[in-house]
Design a protein around this ligand. Structure first.
Ligand SMILES: [Zn+2]
Length: 131
């Protein structure tokens, strides 16, 4: 088994982009393809799990490994999903990178469970953060 990264520019074309990337990986000999929540999505344009479902409509000969939304659970003490964490949403921290960038840009430090304070300090420096 080989777990490998494949460097290609994201086109942000939603589920069709995810399918395209799956076809490319299959052509490189991959047997499985990790499909994230809102893979290749832009904002809220696509349903967050539309890229998961397109592999059911177009079986391309690669096994999609569907990842759900992840979050940090304060009670578990690590990253989790609905499948791995039984705790209520009040124990969960949203890991949205967009939200974290906005908080940093507004001068608000993100939770230390998500971004180390030393890293947050660097990211808050002028000309470092890209929003
Ligand atoms: Zn938990």
């Amino acid at each position: 088994m080989i777990l490998a990264a494949f460097s290609i520019a994201m086109r942000y074309a939603g589920p069709k982009d995810a399918l395209f990337l799956g076809i490319v990986r299959k052509n490189f000999g991959c047997s499985h393809y990790i499909v994230g929540r809102d893979q290749a999505g832009v904002g809220r344009y696509y349903d967050p799990y539309e890229a998961h479902r397109i592999f059911d409509a177009f079986p391309i000969g690669i096994t999609p490994v569907r990842y759900e939304e992840t979050f940090f659970c304060r009670r578990c003490g690590w990253m989790a999903t609905e499948k791995t964490c039984p705790h209520p949403t009040s124990d969960r921290l949203d890991t949205s990178q967009t939200r974290i960038r906005r908080e940093l840009a507004a001068g608000n430090p993100p939770p230390s469970e998500l971004v180390r304070p030393e890293v947050a300090a660097i990211l808050r420096e002028p000309d470092v953060l890209v929003v």
